[in-house]
Design a protein around this ligand. Structure first.
Ligand code: PBG
Length: 323
């Protein structure tokens, strides 16, 4: 044998020298759930180790994460039922606790990068990402609401707007709204290839945002489709997205790879709640090693082509990297 691949694996320094994929804390975005009130830190039963925070308790938590090197946070609001309506009007209300919290966080930690979510579902009495009429999700009538929401978030201090609703044309519509209002520096990370997935369950528990009727298949993508992701990405790039996201990540590594090969803007991956919940549960039962499993999962997303990864493992993984 003159070719022996094992020679390049014979010691840790040689393995490290030829390592093809790197992952660091700079690649992580940490999703966080926010709730109105004070002294609240409620664990999400289907997503252990993750909490609904009130802003007073979230501030020291963010401080810890910043010290660990995590710079970017994606914040989601858990809205009380009585504030929800058919048009999600609370999403841009002037007394909205989420917008106030973004303002407060930015004031406390000017160096922190805040990503916000644009979609109707956390504020909608129907639990859908768009307006519902006679069981149908309306596309064009939803866009003005998304624009108002995005603008309110930019005014509160958001650095990156994350449209997660999958309405057609929303990236262009939000881009135009931000630009004419003087927010041309605010970025858009589009949920480009967002699939109608079974892995969003714990997230919907966290926000109590599950659809009251029907499912999301008329706007989120069919998990069987790959070429359609190219079309979605083409549109988002033309409409002015700064990042294109694939969601979920683990069952869609081929889509991450496909978009990375075909587009010249950064690709991000959302390692969603259900993917993380599986690991928490198996590790709790002692069926797999948590540290090794999360490291391998996050590495696989980077290897597939993700520039950045949204993951509930962010804090644990950052701690692991410090060791
Ligand atoms: C909804 C939204 C969802 C997630 C992020 N934004 C769920 C859904 O589409 O029902 C899921 C994230 C996760 O599961 O971690 N706009």
């Amino acid at each position: 044998m003159n070719i022996r691949p094992r020679r390049n694996r014979k010691s840790a320094p040689i393995r490290s020298m030829v390592e093809e994929t790197k992952i660091g804390v700079e690649h992580l975005i940490y999703p966080i759930f926010l709730k109105d009130g004070i002294k609240i830190k409620e664990e999400i039963s289907s997503l252990p180790k993750n909490f609904r925070w009130s802003i007073d308790l979230l501030i020291p938590e963010i401080e810890q994460c910043l010290k660990l090197g995590i710079s970017t946070f994606d914040i989601f609001p858990a809205v009380e039922e009585h504030l929800k309506d058919k048009t999600a009007s609370y999403s841009y209300a002037s007394d909205n606790f989420y917008l106030n919290a973004i303002w407060k966080l930015k004031e406390t930690f000017p160096e922190m990068i805040i990503m916000t979510d644009v979609a109707l579902d956390p504020y909608s009495s129907d639990g859908h990402d768009g307006l519902v009429e006679n069981g149908k999700i309306l596309n064009d009538q939803t866009l003005p609401i998304l624009n108002k929401m995005a603008l309110a978030q930019a005014q509160a201090g958001a650095d990156i707007i994350g449209p997660s609703d999958m309405m057609d044309g929303r990236v262009g519509s939000i881009r135009e709204t931000l630009d004419i209002n003087g927010f041309s520096d605010v970025s858009i990370m589009s949920y480009t290839a967002k699939y109608a997935s079974a892995f969003y369950g714990p997230f919907r528990d966290a926000l109590n945002s599950a659809p009251k009727s029907g499912d999301k298949k008329s706007y989120q993508m069919n998990p069987a489709n790959k070429r359609e992701a190219l079309l979605e990405a083409e549109l988002d790039v033309m409409e002015g997205a700064d990042f294109i996201m694939v969601k979920p990540a683990l069952c869609y590594l081929d889509i991450i790879h496909l978009l990375k090969e075909n587009f010249n803007i950064p690709v991000t991956a959302y390692n969603v709640s259900g993917e993380c919940a599986m690991v928490y549960a198996a590790a709790e039962k002692g069926w797999l090693n948590y540290d090794l499993a999360i490291s391998e999962m996050l590495l696989s997303m980077r290897r597939a082509g993700a520039d950045a990864i949204l993951t509930y493992f962010a804090k644990d993984f950052a701690q692991l990297l410090k060791k």
